[in-house]
Design a protein around this ligand. Structure first.
Ligand code: ACM
Ligand code: ZN
Length: 559
């Protein structure tokens, strides 16, 4: 009898030891890599269902942060953590409450608005930031450090982790015109951005091939402009699939998406592209064009000569009316007004546009034609109107060629040179050069097994190696480089898995460009940290390009 008890006891001890050994360990070397990870000589913290996530009572943002941390931990590990509002005299979380738990804290002493620190000791975990956004980025780091897979307990090594982003603008773009994506898909895109520490979604909502934002004053924009009679097959072939295609977001859906993004500290910047890329609007309201039409929502890709007629006062009023509703929907500081790829042949032939040129007294100057300066005048009208409402404009780098005001923020897409030129002139700049930051481009030179892409070859390594600040940019101009963004045009991207395939894992490389100081970047080290991030992609069933995880020819140093 005693012998049997002894055996049973021994077995139980062995099981306990085995389960302890099975406790999986967190690894803080995530993507983007925190600026500093200092190990502390001390025992680990043991994360189990007994732990609570504390947050300061009465702080709604921190309450949501706590709920999200709990959700993330459960999604990745199966461990359920409850959340708890706490109050102490400094309206923080008292030491007694912190003991054995995870505490989210606002600390005004933290340096950067979006920076965070994580302190792990055997007694507890503290995630602090100057702002709730900073705490959220700390939460993302803790989330990404967790081993993926259901477990009972996780060992968090004792450490002090500190980080803050290099750039304040850390963007992704999504074109929902060339192909239309559901509210759920856009929300998942936002989830993916949050995991990568990004904070700006540039949402391309109008173009030649469709108008995707409900405007109550002009219902035909979506009723007529939201639909096209088929889509070209292949790379702009004359063959059309003949399938009516379209859709749009109601204002209610847009408000829902804007709120969803804001809860993840992501600001949505809408793009209403003008005066070019407007054929969907012209089809709905042909009087807005120079010729009066008829127009047809475009079934091809590319650049068309039909643009807004800015000789008509009615056109300016239309644009202001549209922007009135757009400003109501998007509470951000910026509205993106496009300005790219705007041929001026219609303006050259239009008596009203020519009359406008005479009325405002402009003429060709240097390399700028009178019509180029007319685009500058039109842009300034819109810029001043938005400024009256406390908003600023972002436009594509073509704006540098038409004499716009210095307060316009420039998005450098035709390479990095326009960005440097804009910053030298004193414009704020966001770097999104086609090479390497167009994620609708191929990810390899071996394209035969790849889904059809626009062209080009923007490998993971090229994205990683991109340096947004030109080495010869004078020190006093460097602050004009607000940040970095990758663009996803969807001519050839028809569904959500394909969107995800194009951006993952390139977003991981971009996140390090956006967060890390140049001296901390190391591609091989990044690639050693990538598989764990990909385990998280897998857990969420996101599609990604697996081949980018192995060493590709493109990664090899040139002989
Ligand atoms: C652009 O790619 N046309 C900005
Ligand atoms: Zn005209």
């Amino acid at each position: 009898m005693i012998f049997r008890r002894l055996i049973a006891g021994l077995l139980m001890t062995l099981v306990a030891i085995a389960s302890l050994a099975q406790d999986s360990k967190a690894d803080y070397r995530v993507v983007p890599l925190p600026e500093r990870i200092d190990g502390i000589k001390s025992a680990d913290f043991r994360l189990t269902e007994q732990c609570v996530v504390n947050y300061p009572m009465g702080n709604r943002d921190m309450e949501r942060n706590a709920a999200m941390l709990s959700q993330y931990v459960e999604e990745l590990t199966g461990i359920h953590l409850s959340t708890r509002p706490c109050k102490d005299p400094k309206s923080s979380v008292s030491p007694a409450d912190r003991n054995g738990n995870i505490s989210l804290l606002i600390d005004p002493k933290e340096g950067n608005d979006e920076g965070y620190s994580i302190q792990v000791t055997p007694k507890g975990v503290e995630i602090s930031g100057k702002s709730p956004a900073g705490v959220f980025y700390g939460i993302q780091t803790l989330r990404k450090s967790l081993p993926v897979g259901n477990t009972q307990a996780i060992q968090l090594p004792a450490a002090q982790i500190v980080s803050s982003p290099r750039f304040s603008y850390r963007g992704m773009h999504l074109d929902c015109v060339r192909h239309f994506f559901s509210v759920e898909t856009v929300k998942r895109y936002i989830d993916i951005m949050a995991l990568h520490g990004m904070n700006r979604l540039h949402w391309h909502l109008t173009d030649d091939q469709g108008w995707r934002v409900e405007i109550k004053k002009y219902p035909r924009l979506t009723e007529v402009g939201g639909w096209r009679n088929g889509t070209t097959l292949g790379h702009n072939s004359p063959v059309n699939d003949g399938i009516r295609y379209g859709g749009y977001y109601t204002q209610e859906e847009i408000r829902d998406i804007v709120r969803y993004a804001a809860e993840r500290y992501i600001t949505i910047i809408p793009e209403i592209d003008m005066p070019g890329h407007m054929v969907a609007a012209l089809t709905a309201y042909p009087e807005l064009g120079c010729t009066g039409g008829p127009y047809e929502v475009w079934t091809l890709w590319g650049v068309t000569d039909d643009i807004l007629c800015v000789g008509k006062d009615h056109t300016l009023q239309f644009v202001k009316d549209v922007l009135d509703e757009v400003m109501q929907l998007f509470p951000c500081e910026y509205i993106h007004i496009g300005g790219d790829e705007s041929p001026r042949v219609r303006w050259q032939e239009c008596p009203l546009c020519q009359q406008r040129i005479r009325d405002i007294g402009i003429s060709a100057e240097g390399k700028q034609s009178a019509e180029a300066r007319l685009q500058g005048w039109f842009t300034t009208q819109i810029q001043e109107y938005l400024a009256q409402h406390g908003k600023r404009i972002i436009g594509w780098d073509e704006l540098l060629d038409c004499n716009v005001d210095i307060t316009a923020t420039i998005m450098s897409w035709r390479g990095a040179e326009p960005g440097a030129r804009g910053a030298n002139l004193g414009h704020d700049v966001i770097m999104t050069p086609v090479d390497p930051l167009y994620f609708d481009y191929y990810q390899t030179s071996k394209t035969w097994n790849e889904p059809t892409a626009f062209g080009g070859c923007n490998t993971l390594k090229k994205v990683y190696d991109f340096e947004p600040v030109a080495s010869d940019l004078p020190a006093d101009k460097r602050r004009h480089i607000l940040g970095v963004q990758a663009n996803v045009w969807t001519e050839y991207i028809t569904c959500e898995p394909q969107v995800q395939y194009q951006v993952l894992p390139r977003m991981a490389a971009l996140a390090e460009v956006q967060w890390l100081q140049p001296e901390l970047k190391d591609y091989q080290n990044f690639k050693s940290r990538l598989p764990h991030l990909v385990d998280i992609y897998k857990r969420y069933n996101w599609t990604y390009r697996a081949k980018s995880l192995v060493l590709e020819d493109e990664d090899q140093p040139k002989k």
